[in-house]
Design a protein around this ligand. Structure first.
Ligand code: OGA
Ligand code: MN
Length: 331
């Protein structure tokens, strides 16, 4: 069934973007697809209606959803009603292995305690909100930088699936997405030639330090040991065969380049990819809303935690890549 309220909960950046509600729905078998950006050359983001989340998802439907994912890069589903177990079960239909939570603050302190889920909420084990200036608060600030999940793993992750539970945050809650395929296509031929062969060192602790220099200026030894850096090509081929940029806040430097010079070009490219014409924002409207994105062809960011924020219960599964570029570059 089509949700008539949906278009007002997608915000495109107004200056140059097509308006989401000007596009018409597309019927794809039993599914209704409502694209966010759609042109003959390029599509990015879609809301998908018609999946029955109450039953296991049949393999033919999984295949249809993957083909939509390859095309749109970000798929949004409303009011799925999924619980942790079914969230994990669907994720396992998309890839053999899920990422395991490193539980930086101790598994015993984790609200979910489920190694296949990441607690992205602002809620502690006892139900209180994450304290301002706690280590966890500062860690979360990195999520508000434009990033791509798990680029700092040598075996990277292809998909992330973020699911909300409970009431929405008072005042609204948004996640923002940028299309790195279209952004790549619009680079000048000179820029494309300059960056074609670059290899990027990605480091989780680099983005934590950018977002919170005081607390994460010197990560703890067990943190550093748990997440060493990884190396991946900058220019890659997306599942639909178009070129894309694999870059974001974890990107620390280019192999063979100095740090400062690397950061200059890295942030030039991130700024390029996150211009309004490549970006849309998804509003979390109700519990059960879910967004599934492809880390190989998009960037995303959260809004930072604020002191006035009410509880925001969002949980993420992350599906490890099994494609040809999964294990990056050996240096
Ligand atoms: C994530 C993430 C964005 C958000 O879970 O990887 O970046 O809005 N979340 O919470
Ligand atoms: Mn993320």
């Amino acid at each position: 069934m089509v949700n008539p309220r949906a278009p007002i909960h997608i915000r495109t950046y107004e200056t140059t973007c097509p308006r989401a509600d000007a596009l018409s729905d597309i019927q794809e078998g039993s599914l209704t697809v409502r694209p966010v950006f759609q042109s003959p050359e390029s599509s990015f983001g879609a809301e998908v209606f018609g999946v029955d989340w109450n039953s296991p998802i049949p393999e033919a439907l999984v295949a249809q959803l993957i083909s939509l994912q390859d095309r749109y890069g970000v798929l949004i589903f409303r009011e799925t009603g999924l619980d942790n177990a079914r969230h994990i079960a669907f994720s396992q239909q998309l890839g053999e292995k899920l990422e395991i939570n490193p539980f930086f603050y101790g598994r015993e302190n984790d609200r979910l305690g489920e190694p296949r889920l990441f607690d992205v909420a602002n809620i502690e084990l006892d139900g209180s909100l994450v304290k301002l200036d706690s280590r966890r608060w500062h860690h979360s600030l990195g999520n508000a930088l434009w990033h791509t999940d798990s680029t700092y793993h040598q075996t990277r992750s292809k998909y992330s699936i973020l699911l909300s539970h409970g009431n929405p945050v008072r005042g609204g809650s948004w996640t923002h997405f940028a299309d790195t395929r279209r952004a790549y296509a619009d680079l000048s031929p000179e820029k494309k030639a300059q960056i074609e062969d670059l290899v990027v060192e990605h480091d989780l602790w680099h983005s934590r330090k950018l977002a919170s220099p005081i607390v994460y200026g010197n990560p703890l030894p067990h943190e550093l040991a748990a997440k060493p850096p990884a190396f991946h090509k900058l220019v890659q081929t997306a599942p639909d065969g178009r070129k894309t940029l694999y870059i974001a806040a974890h990107a620390k430097q280019f192999v063979g380049w100095e740090f400062e010079k690397s950061q200059e070009l890295i942030w030039e490219l991130i700024e390029h990819c996150t211009q309004p014409q490549y970006v849309f924002s998804m509003e979390w409207v109700q519990g059960g809303d879910m967004v599934w994105w492809d880390n190989r062809q998009s960037m995303h960011r959260a809004n930072p935690y604020t002191e006035s924020m009410t509880a925001r219960d969002v949980r993420r599964s992350t599906i490890i890549d099994d494609g040809p570029l999964a294990s990056g570059v050996k240096v």
